[in-house]
Design a protein around this ligand. Sequence first.
Ligand code: PMP
Length: 359
Amino acid sequence: MITLADLPLRADLVGQEPYGAPQLQVPVVLNVNENPYPPSPLIRHEMAAALVTAAGTLNRYPDREATQLRADLARYLGHGLTADRVWAANGSNEIMAHLLTAFGGPGRRMLTFTPSYSMYPEYARNTCTEFVTVPRRADFGLDAGLVLDAIRETEPTVVVIATPNNPTGTVVGLDVIDEVCSGTEAIVVVDEAYQEFSSGPSALELLDRHPRLVVSRTMSKAFALAGGRVGYLAADAAIVDACRIVRLPYHLSAQTQAVARVALAHADELLAQVRQLAAEARGFEAWAKGRGYAVIDSQANFTLIGRFADRHQVWQDLLDRGILIRETGPDGYLRVSAGTPEEMAALRAALDDLLPTIE
Ligand code: PMP
């Protein structure tokens, strides 16, 4: 038997742990911003039928270009987009891996704004890109001056701005994105993983003006397809061509493409649930404010609440009551994903029962 220490692991990976929140079997799971509603019976049956058809072709490699899926995604996004301006991969995680493999790499930097999604440093590490991060404003927002100063100082080739941001849920205005794109030659990736939950406009509106702007999206949240693993981007066709160079051939399986197309065909039904989940999150925020918690105003399907004197203890006490939330974000805060009305009622009842000390 050998251990990891015996292996010629890349020096920068020594001592690193695999990323991931706990996957625990408890009654109420509100820790990874999933959609709590499984696909409806009708959608499930259509997915099963599409899988039977796909299974009949599994001796062949899948469509390497995922052309039909990309055309469906372009249609869903609107804004005059076409398949050649959309790229798809196994989750937006893989979209980011493609972008950083193409535009990052040794001697190059990726810039983000903290606090933000905890996978960003890992995308950079995996592609041997230097990771640099600059704090957000005290209200977790960003303005163009802050972003452009940071770009001047750090000279990144890739800038990533998440809006709504994870874990804060805060949004960055289109005027800011517009000014940033006008002021840099870097690739600006706007990570809109939670855009469908937001009432604000999408950076898709700016694509025609800024050829180095990339809008990244996912089917994991709004389309309730976290298990299906589909993320995508919209950008200039040249950026898609760059991703096509670095992707592994046949990266999106025939099953993945088939299931995603069924979900997209039911966008209306799934987006109605999105509005309900956003309302659930906003309702929880109003309740939490009423109880005296500090709440960060969110436009996503999750909320940061605090400030707990001992957030780990509150996380553990909730877990002991069968409720799993996320210990992440600024000191003293915990992140809660929007669940079903019953799940949120259980969370509110547990918090009222615990009455944790808040600062
Ligand atoms: N971006 C952000 C901001 C996220 O929060 C997440 C998921 N937690 C992702 C990207 C990745 O999502 P996926 O790989 O499931 O598409």
